[in-house]
Design a protein around this ligand. Structure first.
Ligand SMILES: NC(=O)c1ccc[n+]([C@@H]2O[C@H](COP(=O)([O-])OP(=O)(O)OC[C@H]3O[C@@H](n4cnc5c(N)ncnc54)[C@H](O)[C@@H]3O)[C@@H](O)[C@H]2O)c1
Ligand SMILES: CC(C)[C@@H](O)CC[C@@H](C)[C@H]1CC[C@H]2[C@@H]3[C@H](O)C=C4C[C@@H](O)CC[C@]4(C)[C@H]3CC[C@]12C
Length: 369
C-alpha cells in the first residue's frame, strides 16, 4: 500500500459490516481513515443505514453475501487492499446449531483467507475474541492477564471452539504468498465483552428489568470481575491495526492483541448497571439472591426446555450452563502490547463511553428495535 494518504486511495472490505461491531468499524473508517477510496461492506443482512453513507467522498459499496460461500467472498475481496473480517455467528444461547456456527466462523474465515491469497489482498485483520483464551471449562480465573499469561484454554462450547480455530487459521496464514508473490500479513484482535450503542444483550437486560418493575436480581457475586470494552474503542483498534499492518508487518504479522480500554473491572451485572441504573433500573441484592446450585439447576432446565420446545419455537434464554459459567468466572485483561506494537490508545474515555451507552439505552426505551 502507498505510504501517503494523497498517493493512493485504498479499498477496504469489512465483513460483517452491518453488525454491532461492524457498523462501528465502518463508521470509524469513514471518519478516521484518510487513505480510504472505497469501502466495501459485506454482510448477510445489509442495514438500511448504509444508504446514508453513500453521499460522502468515499465510495461505499454494500455487498449482500455469505462468508460460507467462497465465490461470494472472493468476488468481494478481489481488488481490496485490506480486509477487516468481523463477520461471525456470535451465539452462546443455542440459537444456531454447532455445525452452522462452525460453517460461519471457521469455514467463513477459511474462505476469507483463501480469497486474499487468490486475489492478492495482502492485509487481513481478524476479529477474534477473549474466549479463544477463556474462561475455560474448569472455571479458572484469568485475572488482569495479557497475551503471554499462561492459561489452560479448554473449550467445549461450539462458539469459543470456532473462534479459537478461526484465529489459528488466520495466524497460520501469515506469510503465505498471495497472488503476485508478496506475503499475506495477518493479525487477530481479541476484544473482551463489547458494550455500547447497538449491544443487543444490554437491550435485553434493559427490557427484562422494565418487565420486572424496574428491578434486576443479582445472580453473580460482585467479586467476579469481567473485562468489558467500549465498541468505539474496539472499532478504533481495528482501524489502527489495519493502518499499521503494512508499515509494521514484521512486528505485527501473525500476532494477537487483546482489545480493552479504561472501562472499569466489575462483575458483569454491576457493569451493566453503570448504564441501566441511570435508565431507572435497580439491581436487587448485595449478594446473589439464589444459591449457585439453584442457578445450575435452572440453567440445565433451560437446556431441556430449549430441546423440548425446538420443534415448536426457539427458546433461547440468557441463562444456560455456558453463560452461567462464563458470568461466574473472573476474566480481565491488562496489557500494553497493542500500544507497543501499533500505538493503540483508547479513543473514548470511560466517561465518554458510559455517557454514549446510557444515551443509547435511553433512546431505545426498551423497544425491540
Ligand atoms: N459482542 C462481543 O462482545 C464480542 C466480543 C469479542 C469478539 N466479538 C466478535 O466480534 C465479531 C462481531 O460480533 P458482533 O457482536 O458485532 O456480532 P453481530 O452478530 O452483531 O455481528 C455479526 C455480523 O456478521 C454477519 N454475519 C453472520 N453470519 C454471516 C455470514 N454467513 N455471512 C456474512 N455475514 C454474516 C451478521 O449479519 C452480523 O451483521 C464476531 O466475530 C464476534 O465473534 C464480539
Ligand atoms: C443470567 C445471568 C447468569 C447473567 O449474568 C448471564 C450473563 C451472560 C448472558 C453474559 C456474561 C458474560 C457474557 C459473555 C462475555 O461478555 C464475552 C463474550 C465473548 C464474545 O465473543 C461474545 C459474547 C460473550 C460470549 C458474552 C455473552 C453474554 C455473557 C455470557
Amino acid at each position: 500500500m502507498a505510504d501517503s494518504a494523497q498517493a493512493q486511495k485504498l479499498v477496504y472490505l469489512v465483513t460483517g459490516g452491518c453488525g454491532f461491531l461492524g457498523e462501528h468499524v465502518v463508521r470509524m473508517l469513514l471518519q478516521r481513515e484518510p487513505r480510504l477510496g472505497e469501502l466495501r461492506v459485506f454482510d448477510l443482512h445489509l442495514g438500511p443505514w448504509l444508504e446514508e453513507l453513500k453521499t460522502g467522498p468515499v465510495r461505499v459499496t454494500a455487498i449482500q453475501g455469505d462468508v460460507t460461500q467462497a465465490h461470494e467472498v472472493a468476488a468481494a475481496v478481489a481488488g481490496a487492499h485490506v480486509v477487516i473480517h468481523t463477520a461471525g455467528l456470535v451465539d452462546v444461547f443455542g440459537r444456531a446449531s454447532p455445525k452452522t456456527i462452525h460453517e460461519v466462523n471457521v469455514q467463513g474465515t477459511r474462505n476469507v483467507i483463501e480469497a486474499c491469497v487468490q486475489t492478492g489482498t495482502r492485509f487481513l485483520v481478524y476479529t477474534s475474541s477473549m474466549e479463544v483464551v477463556g474462561p475455560n471449562t474448569k472455571g479458572h480465573p484469568f485475572y488482569r492477564g495479557n497475551e503471554d499469561t499462561p492459561y489452560e484454554a479448554v473449550h467445549r462450547h461450539p462458539y469459543p471452539c470456532s473462534k479459537a480455530l478461526a484465529e489459528w487459521l488466520v495466524l497460520e496464514a501469515n506469510g503465505r504468498k498471495v497472488c503476485g508473490g508478496l506475503p499475506l500479513v495477518t493479525c487477530a484482535l481479541r476484544p473482551t465483552g463489547i458494550y455500547g450503542e447497538g449491544h443487543q444483550i444490554m437491550r435485553d437486560f434493559y427490557r427484562q428489568g422494565l418487565r420486572l418493575g424496574g428491578r434486576l436480581f443479582r445472580a453473580i457475586p460482585a467479586s467476579v470481575e469481567h473485562g468489558r470494552v467500549y465498541v468505539g474503542n474496539v472499532a478504533w483498534m481495528h482501524v489502527l491495526a489495519a493502518r499499521e499492518l503494512e508499515r509494521r508487518a514484521a512486528l505485527m504479522g501473525g500476532q494477537v492483541y487483546f482489545c480493552y480500554d479504561g472501562s472499569p473491572y466489575k462483575s458483569y451485572e454491576d457493569f451493566n448497571m453503570e448504564f441501566l441504573g441511570p435508565c431507572g433500573l435497580r439491581l436487587v441484592g448485595a449478594r446473589p439472591l439464589v444459591p449457585y446450585w439453584l442457578l445450575v439447576f435452572l440453567a440445565a432446565l433451560n437446556v431441556l426446555l430449549q430441546w423440548l420446545l425446538r420443534p415448536l419455537l426457539l427458546y433461547a434464554p440468557l441463562l444456560n450452563p455456558y453463560t452461567l459459567a462464563v458470568a461466574n468466572t473472573t476474566f480481565t485483561v491488562s496489557t500494553d502490547k497493542a500500544q507497543r506494537h501499533f500505538g493503540y490508545e483508547p479513543l473514548f474515555s470511560w466517561e465518554d463511553s458510559r455517557t454514549r451507552t446510557i444515551l443509547w439505552v435511553q433512546a431505545t426505551g426498551g423497544s425491540a428495535q
